[in-house]
Design a protein around this ligand. Structure first.
Ligand code: PEP
Ligand code: MN
Length: 300
């Protein structure tokens, strides 16, 4: 029995010593050689930085080059550095828009390079991890895949090999313990900057899409040394609720946000109802910056 197994077998669920999850060392030299063949890859700064709140923004899905160009420019002009956008979309319904897939990845890389933004996109199965890693800086594992252990292992190995960062979303029915163990599947594969993302869990409340478990933030801080960001968009599912929950996320100590934005939410092919429009995006950043300032942090 190794140390991890011993810890989990002997501790009550509230007392697990998650210190064995390695500390993300943001001070390390980030210019590690990137081995992707034929790709000139920019060096990515740490996703989470002491004294800052990192806001990742972008559309739910890449719909066209024109759409991503407009939204990336909003992200850049807002002073942010991280763009989110889905190419492979794991939709609940097989009849919903499934994303532009490989073509979406090409668009993502072109637009991120154009605006000098770092990108994150979801990786949905083990077979496409290497492919996705060629086009993005941060591999995102979605809520539906938190317990896909074959995918977690592959993502850990590929992220380690190519110096990619990983965002691991919480499964919507996963306990914090299950989430942290899923994180171990990735970090045990090597030296990976891993960021947890709370995106809402399923409860009996149907008014919001999910219930944002903000208490996960101090609990994760207590149990582990991993950074944690909040996705208010998928949690509440309605754009007018995103700003208050973004403020709350920063107040409770989250290291950042990942937020869906769109220049024309009503035209969006995916999750338009929860996307902030341009005006709301500026308002969200303004309000988040005010809360961050009270904690001595800046928005990046
Ligand atoms: C997303 O971020 O695009 C997404 C699908 O989120 P989640 O996995 O949290 O549903
Ligand atoms: Mn979405």
């Amino acid at each position: 029995m190794n140390d991890l197994e011993k810890n989990l077998n002997t501790q009550s669920s509230c007392e697990m010593p998650y210190d064995f999850i390695h500390k993300i060392d943001n001070s390390k030299d980030d210019k590690k050689e990137n081995n992707l063949k034929d790709e000139k890859v920019k060096s990515t700064p740490p996703l989470i930085k002491e004294g800052y709140v990192t806001v990742i923004a972008g559309p739910c899905a890449i719909e066209s080059k024109e759409q991503l160009d407009i939204i990336a420019k909003i992200v850049k002009d807002s002073g942010l550095s991280f763009l989110r956008a889905g190419a492979y979309k794991p939709r609940t319904s097989p009849y919903s828009f499934q994303g532009l897939e490989h073509q979406g990845l090409e668009i993502l890389k072109e637009i991120a390079d154009k605006y000098n933004l770092y990108s994150t996109t979801e990786v949905t199965d083990a077979e496409t991890v290497e492919e996705v890693a060629k086009y993005t800086d941060i591999l995102q594992i979605g809520t539906r895949n938190m317990s896909n252990f074959a995918l977690l292992k592959k993502v850990g190995a590929v992220a380690n090999k190519y110096n990619k960062k990983v965002i691991l979303k919480r499964g919507w029915a996963a306990t914090i313990k299950e989430w942290l163990l899923a994180a171990e599947y990735i970090t045990s594969r090597g030296d990976v900057e891993l960021i947890l993302c709370e995106r809402g869990i399923r409860t009996f409340e149907p008014y919001t899409r999910f219930t944002l478990d903000l208490s996960a933030v101090p609990v994760i801080k207590k149990l582990s040394k991993l950074p944690i960001i909040i996705d208010p968009s998928h949690a509440v599912g309605q754009s007018d609720l995103v700003i208050p929950m973004s403020r709350a996320a920063i107040a409770v100590g989250a290291d950042g946000l990942i937020v869906e934005i769109h220049h024309q939410p009503e035209q969006a092919l995916c999750d338009g109802q929860q996307a902030l429009d341009i005006k709301q995006t500026h308002e969200m950043l303004h309000q988040v910056a005010a809360i961050a300032a009270t904690l001595g942090k800046k928005v990046r």
